[in-house]
Write a protein that binds this ligand. Structure first.
Ligand SMILES: [Zn+2]
Length: 275
């Protein structure tokens, strides 16, 4: 089986503040947590390999998207680095993969007890619904993989993240590495314990892959986004195909989910320049 891994950083064991995951204005702790992040991805790779997975593509999906320490990963995986990818956290997903892992994921914007919860761009996105389902990053990214017939097999992060994904996709295995206490505190496993848990969960997720299903949004697909400000909605509503549905809300409808996904990417990129 060929495996797709999308990896984020807020859901890594011990992470509780933005400083720990901020690659742009690095705090001394970033280099430590970057290593723990890489080690959790490595644990997922090792577990998958033990269960028989061959080819693996890792998409570094956090912040500027060049956080993974490349030389701490096995030599025979591919890694997508860098930002402004049209499909962002789900870049290069296609029907060639047998399954996907989301490692280090976090809760959706507005979730209770979810460290650093947000959905893509915290300063822009207040709520995202697709076909009236409130979406986390995991939901949206799983929807793109699901469009290509690829099921999500494993998610790692805090309890809120894992259980949120499992409510929408009951077949998904989880590794809960911390219990969030609000937005900026957590009761966490140590790095080594988290990595052991992820390794075991990855092995189980591959063993149970036959039970998993692609997560699909039924077409026509309706994207409803509430932005943080009306100024952001002013700009996004200028993109052809978008309609304004309220002071700070926009809608986009299309039969093909990849087009909807790109419209969502355009929403937060355009919103980010609105001021
Ligand atoms: Zn992130």
């Amino acid at each position: 089986m060929k495996l797709y891994i999308s990896s984020d950083m807020e859901g890594v064991a011990g992470v509780t503040t933005w400083k720990q995951v901020d690659a742009r204005t690095p705090h001394p702790e970033y280099s430590t947590f970057r290593r723990y992040y890489t080690q959790e991805v490595r644990a997922a790779i090792d577990g998958a390999r033990q269960a028989g997975v061959g080819e693996i593509l890792v998409n570094d999906s956090h912040g500027p998207m060049h956080n993974l320490l490349f030389d701490e990963l096995p030599t025979d995986v591919r890694v997508i680095f860098g930002n402004r990818k049209p499909y962002s956290m789900a870049q290069s997903a296609d029907g060639g993969f047998g399954g996907a892992f989301f490692v280090g994921y976090h809760g959706a914007v507005g979730d209770e007890n979810a460290v650093l919860c947000h959905t893509y761009t915290p300063s822009v996105i207040y709520e995202v619904r697709v076909n009236d389902v409130v979406c986390s990053e995991a939901t949206i990214n799983a929807g793109l993989l699901g469009y290509y017939g690829v099921p999500l097999l494993l998610i790692t992060g805090d309890r809120t993240t894992v259980q949120g994904a499992q409510r929408q996709m009951p077949w998904v295995c989880g590794a809960i590495v911390k219990e969030s206490i609000g937005s900026f505190a957590a009761d966490s496993l140590t790095p080594a314990a988290a990595q052991a848990l992820i390794r075991d969960a990855a092995r189980q997720a591959i063993a149970r892959a036959q039970e998993a299903q692609p997560y699909r949004f039924t077409p026509p697909v309706t994207l409803d986004v509430q932005l943080v400000t009306a100024a952001q909605a002013d700009l996004v509503a200028t993109i052809p195909g978008f309609t304004r549905t309220g002071g700070r809300s926009v809608r986009f409808v299309h039969a093909e989910f990849p087009v909807v996904f790109r419209a969502f990417v355009a929403t937060w990129r355009m919103g980010a320049i609105a001021g």
